[in-house]
Design a protein around this ligand. Structure first.
Ligand SMILES: CC(C)(COP(=O)(O)OP(=O)(O)OC[C@H]1O[C@@H](n2cnc3c(N)ncnc32)[C@H](O)[C@@H]1OP(=O)(O)O)[C@@H](O)C(=O)NCCC(=O)NCCS
Length: 151
């Protein structure tokens, strides 16, 4: 398996990243019908890319996943998106994106990186060092509030 390289996304990649998000999200059991009924839920804001908040993971020159990391009003950071090509799951790409995000937010003064986790991803986030802090009702069900210390 070749090396995973994480870099900022560029605006011209927006459509490709949204397509990747579709493929990843539709592979979560039980989410499929709700997403197909609410296609507006899949959107990568162009401004996030322009603001340098979106990072892509490449392997052998091909995009395999991406993250979006946005600032919070409390000074911490929020993992607003994290998606990996389903055919590449369990090869360390999600972990590489989390580790890159955790390192990147240190410079902003953040103490934690937070996520509202899809319950399907709970074991992934736990494996990446996140701890549960609560739950929140989301548009499609329950989200798990989790956070990871970055310093
Ligand atoms: C969640 C997601 C980003 C994980 O990406 P990934 O590249 O497969 O994750 P990694 O390979 O880096 O996994 C790191 C570790 O997390 C754990 N893990 C990952 N997926 C897991 C699963 N389905 N079940 C149990 N543990 C899991 C494992 O400990 C894994 O290490 P291992 O493979 O050596 O055992 C990916 O499955 C995805 O895109 N899912 C659909 C979209 C989604 O739900 N995103 C999260 C929104 S909050």
């Amino acid at each position: 398996m070749s090396q995973i390289f994480v870099r900022p996304a560029v605006a011209g990649e927006r459509a490709a990243l949204e397509a990747l998000q579709w493929r990843a999200s539709l592979n979560n059991p039980n989410d499929r019908d709700a997403l197909l009924a609410n296609p507006d839920a899949i959107e990568l804001p162009l401004q996030q890319i322009l603001d340098g908040e979106v990072f892509v993971a490449e392997q052998a020159g091909q995009i395999k996943g991406f993250s979006a990391v946005v600032p919070r009003t409390d000074g911490d950071s929020e993992l607003d998106a994290l998606f990996v090509e389903p055919e590449c799951w369990r090869h360390g790409i999600g972990r590489a994106l989390v580790e890159h995000a955790a390192e990147a937010v240190v410079a902003t003064g953040a103490n934690h990186i937070h996520v509202i986790a899809n319950p399907h991803a709970e074991r992934f986030y736990t494996a990446c060092g996140f701890e549960a802090t609560g739950v929140e009702k989301t548009r499609f069900g329950i989200g798990l509030l989790m956070r990871k210390a970055v310093r």
